[in-house]
Ligand binder design. Structure first.
Ligand code: FES
Length: 315
């Protein structure tokens, strides 16, 4: 079976409009102290509508609470709309303990590249870089400054170490120039896929490393999915994955252990070798080349491709 994740009951203590499309939510524990969150850590919040989503923990001026910032996603799975439209002060939600898949390594200097709501993990990372007394710079891109939560607060607090890049006029950030301007810095990037792709291309060309955090993969079945057979070759069983369930949930119910963490196609924990059957890859872990090789799949999000009725996996 998948790992049982301990959940903490939290009460919504405050909900604040940060921009027309971003709300801040402050969560307090119903049972005393909360575990600390490492810089860049996230919590997975489960809402009353059953949807779970991951949010970076934003530093809070008060101790003993967690704050998250939530962008209303027009094409999301309903989690952000629920938080914006229905979640109210006093409501109870459940959350996992903070987990860090995007840790701030020791480095001489940092360059943080944020796209839109991808700013959130950097808020705690900046505080940590300050604590370590390491130089850092933040480049924060978004449509316009007023749509970018925290832009003015960061600029007034940290001055020219924060540069704001507005894309409203169609100007894309020149990632190569930004990266070459900070030759000694360890590069961290979070934002939409298109932004991350641009940063990855630039860092690859410059033979530099980049630490990346994606928001989330294309999670959970949509309407109109197809059921498919999943043959667990080592276990010797074949399972039916219905249209409305994930392969990971079905395998889990069958009592076969697959380690998992994000369950959104972002961490790579549930990667499983594929022996045959074409896969519709929906994770953000594998590169395009790896997806084309079709030799493994993330069971939490990926499914049989259209026209494939049976997938055989090494499990
Ligand atoms: S559990 Fe994270 S990719 Fe599947």
């Amino acid at each position: 079976m998948s790992q049982v994740v301990e959940k903490i009951r939290l009460r919504v203590a405050e909900k604040t409009t940060l921009t027309p499309h971003v709300v801040g939510v402050r969560l307090v524990s119903e049972a005393g102290e909360l575990p600390p969150a490492e810089p860049g850590a996230h919590v997975e919040v489960t809402l009353r509508n059953g949807i779970s989503r991951q949010y970076s923990v934003v530093p809070s001026p008060t101790r003993g609470d967690w704050c998250v910032a939530v962008l209303r996603e027009a094409d999301g799975r309903g989690g952000s709309a629920y938080i914006h439209d229905k979640l109210a002060v006093g409501d109870v939600v459940e959350a996992t303990k903070p987990r860090s898949l995007f840790p701030l390594e020791e480095a001489l200097e940092y360059l943080f590249l944020a796209g839109g709501i991808g700013i959130t993990p950097f808020l705690s990372m900046i505080e940590e870089a300050e604590r370590r007394e390491r130089p850092w710079n933040l480049v924060y891109t978004g449509k316009s400054a007023e749509t970018m939560a925290y832009a003015s607060a960061l600029q007034s607090r940290y001055g020219e170490r924060v540069s704001i890049h507005e894309t409203l006029g169609g100007t894309r950030i020149d990632c190569a120039s930004v990266i070459s301007a900070h030759p000694r810095a360890e590069v961290y990037c979070c934002g939409p896929s298109s932004f991350i792709d641009g940063v990855k291309t630039a860092t690859e060309a410059a033979k530099r490393e980049v630490h990346v955090e994606h928001f989330h993969g294309e999670a959970h079945p949509h309407e109109g999915e197809q059921a498919f057979e999943l043959e667990l070759v080592d276990t010797g069983i074949t399972l039916m994955v219905p249209a409305d369930r994930t392969a990971l949930d079905v395998v889990d119910d069958a009592g076969v252990f697959v380690p998992s963490s994000c369950r959104e196609g972002t961490c790579g924990t549930c990667e499983t070798p594929v022996l045959s059957g074409e896969i519709d890859h929906r994770d953000v872990v594998l590169s395009a080349k790896e997806k084309a090789q079709n030799s493994c799949m993330m069971l939490c999000v990926s499914r049989a491709a259209a026209g494939t009725s049976r997938v055989r996996i090494k499990l």
